[in-house]
Design a binder for this molecule. Structure first.
Ligand code: IPD
Ligand code: CA
Ligand code: CA
Length: 275
């Protein structure tokens, strides 16, 4: 007989395990932060992976399987195991690899937990900042153990907006054109280099909204839940399942309608084409 179905999952225990593993992988990455790296290319000449991304993923996978050998795993660096429990771990071992490579501080370990396909727990650990963002479904969101909440800004003209850019030049040019259209309509725009940390910034009021085309499930699996549990929205612009063409959008709630309109309808463009 296989392990208990996902419906009986103890979210607090899954969340605690995600936090502990994220901290351990973060410590491993911090140890190597000043060291020499080997770099391989992925989807484009600027899409890189270091041996540290791979080492962190290997550690995370090992720890998950030690504790929960029948769970599924999806990892950016190749982990792909089916689940026999209804629980699947979605991991980005190092979100913000280019920052890490340049020894910039904004990078994180992101570990999300799905139960029967629903995002149910997650942890995002930023070692240089020593900040751990965490959430469980229905249990709220925290930063270093303290509850966090999205901002209450309702004026689009005052919204501080985060975004990110893909690794392909053609997509980046299109994304730059969108930024040029948005920047006169909002307070300002930030690009940190870590989608997970952008979403955590939204969750604790350091941003009012966030959007990005082409994020992957591992970028947003944990931090999307952190935003929702902090009182905001985080979903695709068309509210359909995430694909490589999707635009991921997060807001504090009060800005939801206006920000969606700004991204798409207000500019008279198909929302799918603008980001
Ligand atoms: C990237 C970062 C970046 C975002 C890209 C992601 P990676 O993840 O989150 O902020 O703009 O879309 O791919 O490659 O550093 O794990
Ligand atoms: Ca990532
Ligand atoms: Ca990564």
């Amino acid at each position: 007989m296989t392990a208990a179905p996902g419906g009986n999952a103890d979210l607090a225990a899954l969340g605690a395990l995600a936090e502990a593993i994220a901290r351990e992988a973060g410590a491993l990455l911090l140890d190597g932060f000043e060291g020499v790296r080997t770099v391989d290319l992925k989807s484009s000449p600027t899409d890189v992976v270091t041996e540290m991304d791979r080492a962190a993923e290997a550690l995370i996978v090992r720890r998950i399987l030690e504790a929960r050998p029948d769970d599924g795993i999806l990892g950016e660096e190749g982990a792909d195991r089916p689940s026999r429990t209804g629980v699947r771990w979605v991991i980005d071992p190092l979100d913000g690899t280019v920052n890490y490579l340049y020894r910039r501080p904004d990078w994180a370990v992101s570990i999300g937990v799905e139960v029967d396909g629903a995002s149910s727990a997650g942890a995002v650990f930023a070692p240089v900042h020593d900040e751990l963002f965490a959430a469980t479904l229905g249990g709220g969101a925290t930063r270093n153990g303290r509850p966090i909440h999205v901002s209450s800004e309702a004026r689009i003209t005052h919204a501080l907006v985060g975004t990110g850019f893909g690794y392909e030049a053609a997509v980046r040019k299109m994304q730059g054109a969108v930024v040029a259209r948005l920047i006169g309509e909002v307070r300002d725009i930030r690009r940190s280099g870590s989608a997970a940390l952008d979403l955590c910034a939204l969750a604790c009021g350091r941003l009012d909204a966030y959007y990005e085309r082409g994020v992957h499930l591992w970028d947003i699996a944990a931090a999307g839940l952190v935003v929702r549990e902090a009182g905001g929205n985080a979903e695709t612009l068309d509210e359909a399942p995430l694909t490589t063409e999707s635009i991921w959008i997060g807001t504090n709630g009060p800005l939801y309608r206006d920000f969606r309109a700004l991204l798409g309808g207000a500019s008279g463009l198909d929302p799918r084409s603008v980001c």
